[in-house]
Design a protein around this ligand. Structure first.
Ligand SMILES: [Zn+2]
Length: 309
């Protein structure tokens, strides 16, 4: 069985202007490195569909979804908050990013793909139930988790978030939801300054200090994530796959290297293989240093696809 690679050209058209780090070239950099590494030939490509209101409404109140549809500009740029903006193509991109999460979940849970990576933008893990934030409009990984529970009847879904920023939106949506376990590492104290104050019992948040690298990250994963995941016994594992903890990424100050992304994917895949019939859906979150992003995604997908280095 294959690894699905889900994207859509609309995700390249969401562009909020020169100098914004969350830019279309991120997806092109991923494609370039997948081709250069030879990994691309092992993937089965799919176009992301548009998420439906029903799928979004499992995470976001309909008033929020309607407000996003209404504020989306026909031309020019509209700011939703200081970090997050929309151009004429952003609504389509956001609906495709969430729709990719749904298609990936369907493919994996129906057994049509072993696992899936969604190369989409805007990212999602800062989007709260009723608020855009930090480049995120809809919470894509949350849409996947709720789709797995509501459309496929799953009872236990794990979310693994290794983005350098705490996934505050995902935490807000799933805190105290016994069907979801979230494990995460993030730089702290750092934007969005959350994740350490009395996290809910289903949140395994591991803050890392600025300057921490492979050693501290791998210790956090081994000591905190893996035992919690084994106990939870997820039926599906979702990645909030952000690559901005890379040492070359100057968005933040963690010091991961390419190999850490392959390593963490191997650790999580081993648990998914034992507990979840190998079922993994990975959603792209951050990652702003283009070369490091592309290389790190290759390390991640290489493990998903079972392609040797
Ligand atoms: Zn991030």
């Amino acid at each position: 069985m294959s690894t699905a690679f889900i994207t859509h050209r609309d995700c390249l058209r969401h562009d909020v202007g020169r100098g914004h780090p969350e830019r279309p070239e991120r997806l092109t950099a991923i494609e370039d490195q997948l081709i250069a590494s030879g990994v691309e030939q092992f993937l089965v490509r799919h176009d992301a569909p548009l998420a439906s209101d029903e799928q979004l409404a499992r995470v976001h109140p309909m008033e929020y979804v309607r407000a996003i549809r209404e504020v989306a500009p026909q031309q020019g740029t509209v700011h939703l908050d200081p970090d997050t903006a929309m151009n004429a193509h952003s609504l389509g991109a956001a609906l495709r990013a969430a729709g990719a999460a749904v298609l990936a979940t369907d493919l994996v849970l129906q057994g049509a793909a072993a696992n899936a990576f969604c190369s989409v933008r805007p990212p999602g893990h800062h989007a709260c139930s009723a608020r855009s934030m930090g480049f995120c409009i809809f919470n894509n990984v949350a849409v996947a988790a709720r789709h797995a529970v509501h459309a496929h009847g799953l009872e236990r879904v794990a979310i693994v978030d290794f983005d350098v920023h705490h996934g505050n939106g995902t935490e807000e949506i799933f805190a105290h939801d016994g069907q979801v376990l979230m494990v995460s590492t993030f730089q702290h104290p750092f934007y969005p300054y959350s994740g350490t104050e009395h996290p809910a019992p289903n949140m395994v948040n591991v803050p890392l200090a600025a300057g921490a690298g492979s050693k501290q990250f791998r210790e956090a994963v081994t000591r905190y994530w893996l035992p919690a995941l084994e106990r939870f016994a997820p039926q599906l594992v979702l990645f909030s796959a952000g690559f901005d903890a890379h040492a070359e990424d100057d968005m933040a100050m963690l010091r991961l290297v390419d190999a850490d992304y392959g390593w963490v994917t191997e650790q999580i895949k081993a648990i998914a293989d034992r507990q979840a019939r190998g079922r993994i859906v990975s959603m792209l979150e951050g990652g702003y240093a283009l070369s490091a992003l592309g290389r790190s995604v290759v390390q991640h997908i290489r493990v998903l696809a079972g392609v040797n280095a």
